[in-house]
Design a protein around this ligand. Sequence first.
Ligand code: SF4
Length: 390
Amino acid sequence: MTSKSPPATPKIYGWCPGALRPMMSGDGLVVRIRAPLGRLSQRQAEAIAALSRQYGNGLIDLSARANLQLRGISAETHDAVIAGLKALGLLDQDAATESRRNILLTPFWQEDNLSHEIACRLERALLAAKDLQLPGKFGFVVDTGAAPLLQNCAADIRIERSGAEILLVADGAQLGLPVTVETAADRAIDLARWFLDQGGASKGRGRMQALLSRRAAPIAHSSPRSSSAPQPALGNTADGQLVGLEFGQITAKTFAALAKIGPLRLTPWRALLVEGARDIAPLPGVILDATDPRLQVRACTGAPGCLQALSATRDLARDLAPFVPKGQTLHISGCAKGCAHPGSAPLTLTATAADTFDLIHHGRASDHPLRETLSASALRTAPQILTEGC
Ligand code: SF4
């Protein structure tokens, strides 16, 4: 597919919201919570649900980097949310520290295992590296379980398993540097400094993969990576039950109900791992069945929650989900930015006006459409339009 000019050019912010630096959206401020080790105790999770209900609009997002987002916070109540997060031990000392501490950890870590140990060391190293001015979206992955699980998750520096070795990998490279539990965090900081020294960042933006398209990774990175294991399916696991959130969002009420069952681990797969749980009873908006058709649809916030959205997305996503062919993904995007699925998808609907979409096959939300100006009602009436010409 070739790129076309989107009907309205979406604004690229180049940074992610935090708790201390929230982002304005169509339904108020988005306050992002970066839970240390991607875990919330039951007390923390229940208190977050209470903050969402009291000061927000009762909706909580789970981001692709396994962070929570409270939605609908007002400028007047932001201070109260910050005070609440501080009391829960979920607040960094300042916005720069919060931004730098951008670590995605495999949710299947165990206390004192390799992933846990490396993530703790990396967190301490990032907190100490106050001079490290990385771009707003620059992030780290720690993924040293039996096989890498997070290779498809956006990151700039990866610490991942490759057979018997642990490798430090610059995102976009096929080779990595062998490290140990003792050296991984320091070498990761070295690689971040290398990225900056090589001109990887400009005006607060820049990604490792873009830099590696212009220059090779450091020469010492010479060990081959392993390929990724498949994304874990929803259901019972040795660590608890993995449950899906419809389009990555959950109500505060349901979040509190899950918190009553067990501590929550945040995953980048629009799913929560409820520690120690098995066979959870159905809850609204929680997907328990790994074959649920909603898992085949990606839908961004859309209107009215996003200021840039040209249309609502999720009601249509719910209605079209049963018609997405098995093994395929439908991406419904409120504008050409494609936040819910930045890569190519077999089927994409990109909003061009209220309840009006372009259809793209095997492309991104900004790519040239196969069909233009399809109404949401036409798609609901004749969902086979999605796959005609495939
Ligand atoms: S893709 Fe969706 S969430 Fe992202 S800016 Fe566009 S409408 Fe908003």
